[in-house]
Design a protein around this ligand. Structure first.
Ligand SMILES: *[C@@H]1O[C@H](CO)[C@@H](O)[C@H](O)[C@H]1NC(C)=O
Ligand SMILES: *[C@@H]1O[C@H](CO)[C@@H](O)[C@H](O)[C@H]1NC(C)=O
Length: 210
């Protein structure tokens, strides 16, 4: 090979390598992130339904997810009113039936702002189409920053099984390939140190899997 031919060949190899590396990088950054609910563009949130403590005889709490459309932006607002029992038992939440395969993702991210006295929330998942008794829920607890938009990161490995608020360490783990319900809840704190009650709001831009 002459010097000229060799350098031409090298330029070809290097530029095709650079091309394939950059296209792989572009793809992996895209494919590792999946928009689950984009409240800045959805038409409606009527497929989110309330799941609050009124499913029990003594329950008195209330929750609603509603779409806020201003002249310039749109997002969802999760309003809650927690009326817990004296021991802190009580919850208010919303949820949506889904068919999600989150295999390959490591966390769920929520861009939101919490205002009001209640900062302790949880995300509640179900899998395999399981409903109510006797199945556990898979819950990840978080504490929001007051009054500030933030990207709340909820590692999928930290969704643990609970039944009526009690940890169920022996339950089957969450099957990421068959997530069938996604929900958000604010809770009174029957099993935790911090108790909370009263009105709350969470303004939500989007929920993603990353
Ligand atoms: C990106 O990755 C997905 C699977 O992860 C694949 O199906 C798709 O063909 C890839 N796209 C490009 C442009 O490489
Ligand atoms: C999750 O469900 C899929 C589909 O039914 C199954 O193939 C897989 O083995 C399950 N994973 C676990 C960890 O149970």
């Amino acid at each position: 090979m002459s010097g000229l031919k060799l350098s031409g060949w090298l330029v070809g190899v290097v530029s095709s390598l650079a091309f394939s590396i950059s296209s792989v990088a572009a793809n992996s950054s895209k494919s590792s992130e999946k928009m689950l609910f984009d409240f800045t563009t959805v038409e409606s949130v009527s497929d989110w339904t309330e799941m609050s403590d009124v499913v029990r005889t003594v329950g008195m709490s209330k929750a609603a997810l509603t779409l806020q459309k201003t002249q310039v932006f749109q997002r969802a607002v999760f309003f809650s009113l927690l009326n817990p029992q004296p021991n802190g038992a009580g919850f208010a939440g919303v949820r949506k039936a889904v068919q999600l395969d989150l295999t390959g993702h490591t966390a769920i991210k929520v861009r939101a702002r919490v205002q009001g006295p209640n900062l302790h929330y949880k995300m509640v998942l179900r899998h395999k189409g399981e409903q109510y008794e006797p199945f556990p829920t898979y819950e990840n607890f978080f504490t929001a920053k007051p009054n500030e938009f933030e990207e709340i990161n909820l590692p999928l490995s930290e969704f643990k099984a609970y039944y009526r608020g009690k940890p169920m360490p022996d339950a089957e783990p969450l099957n990421l390939s068959q997530v069938s319900s996604v929900g958000l809840q604010v809770y009174g704190g029957v099993y935790s140190e911090q108790k909370q009650a009263g009105p709350g709001s969470m303004e939500i831009d989007w929920i993603k899997a990353v």
